[in-house]
Design a protein around this ligand. Structure first.
Ligand SMILES: Cc1ncc(COP(=O)(O)O)c(C=O)c1O
Length: 391
């Protein structure tokens, strides 16, 4: 059994979820949707192969279940931000190549090599640390170039002096070259400039005798919107979890649904207030439902008096301030709401003949953030429930 997660039988009956002995607030992760998204992106990217980015607990979906499902589908490898995430993948039994995208901090270079993690480097201190850790053996690294993000990577203007200094490190083999796109979905001119810089460095590297086998640039938006940037690997995170640029949504499936249940209903009068600081005051007789999910679970506090949830397939407004464990919802307009009714924060709900859905982008717009922030913000307190585990 995974830590803080629940696995359902393959029929994935939702009714089983709500009979949990504990709080009915769950994030349902649909592994069939994950596999379908991988298949879509893999067929678009081919012949380039997909490196699945599973940092931050697989974008909040749960590292073990997601990585196991994706490895079974034959991804080229995994991308993580931190060495400790890579070590965790090895502990979980993942055998595919693992790229540590953000470099290795601290002192665990030897452990990183022993676990066959592939370090991404961007300064000479890192190269030296890995050479020391490798003792007499050669060490394979991927080189990160900063071509426009100005975050990590060897700054493109300094690459020549970096490569000259690197030539003294004979046991360091550059087996891959990467850069990260800053605005693949929003600034095509910057993307073009980034690629021009990248290509110049690639040519220079080859002229110096390096033979990087694995060239990777594209994230989800790069893969979908700039086919010429696929090279031989693409590093895809968002697309696996159904987060794609506008216009591509119909080709991908949502992978997470967040649900809970009504635990109390209060009949209020005009003038009554709701929640901390009394930021909501009823203007009419109102039915207010209390739902056990709050900012301690990753429900953004910025949804206070702004967001919506689904009950009986109706959109119901969040009223008052979201508190740490609870949120209140106005159900006055929805007939017959009862304690125990399902509440959906994210995803679809069906009731009688109605169907309604709330998507990640919609919540992100209400909350003034982006879908990735929402997904990775769902806290450990919310059990991940896996549905459709096998093909
Ligand atoms: C270096 C790097 N490559 C690839 C990705 C995957 O990006 P996306 O989730 O947009 O596909 C990320 C994620 O931020 C990243 O930091």
């Amino acid at each position: 059994m995974l830590r803080n997660s629940i696995h359902l039988a393959d029929d994935g009956q939702r009714s089983q979820v709500s009979t949990s002995a504990f709080r009915p607030t769950h994030a349902e992760v649909n592994l069939a949707a994950l596999r379908a998204n991988l298949a879509t992106i893999a067929s678009l990217a081919a012949p380039a192969r997909v490196v699945a980015v599973v940092k931050a607990d697989a974008y909040g979906h749960g590292l073990e279940a997601v990585a196991s499902a994706l490895e079974a589908e034959g991804v080229a490898g995994f991308g993580v931000a931190l060495a400790e995430e890579g070590l965790e993948l090895r502990r979980l039994g993942i055998r595919a190549p693992i790229l540590v995208l953000n470099g290795v901090y601290g002192r665990y270079h030897r452990e990183v090599l022993e676990a066959r993690l592939v370090p991404v480097v961007y300064d000479l201190d890192q190269v030296e640390a890995f050479e020391m850790a490798a003792r007499d053996s050669c060490v394979e690294v991927h080189l990160n170039l900063a071509t426009g993000m100005s975050r990590l990577g060897v700054p493109w203007r300094e690459v020549e002096s970096f490569l000259n200094a690197l030539s003294r490190h004979r046991r360091c083999i550059i087996s891959g070259l990467m850069t990260h796109l800053a605005a693949a979905d929003s600034d095509f001119e910057l993307t073009r400039v980034q690629i021009a810089r990248f290509q110049r460095v690639l040519a220079h590297l080859k002229a110096m005798g390096h033979r990087p086998r694995l060239i990777h640039v594209a994230n989800t938006a790069g893969t979908l919107l700039h086919p010429h940037l696929r090279f031989n690997w693409v590093r895809v995170g968002g697309g696996l979890y159904g987060v794609v640029p506008p216009g591509w949504e119909s080709h991908f499936l949502p992978t997470m649904r967040i649900r809970s249940e009504v635990i109390a209903i209060r009949e209020l009068r005009a003038g009554d207030t709701v929640g901390y600081d009394a930021t909501y005051r009823c203007t009419r007789p109102s039915r207010i439902a209390t739902v056990p999910m709050g900012y301690g679970d990753g429900l953004p506090r910025s949804l206070s008096n702004r967001g919506r949830v689904l009950i009986r397939a109706h959109r119901c407004p969040i009223v008052g301030l979201v508190s740490m464990d609870l949120v209140m919802v106005d159900v006055t307009e929805v007939p017959k709401v009862r304690v125990g009714d399902e509440v959906v924060f994210l995803g679809e709900q069906h009731h009688d003949h109605r169907r309604e859905a709330i998507g990640l982008s919609e919540i992100a717009a209400w909350a003034g953030t982006i879908p990735y922030d929402l997904l990775t913000g769902i806290s450990r307190r919310v059990p991940r429930v896996y549905v459709n585990q096998s093909c």
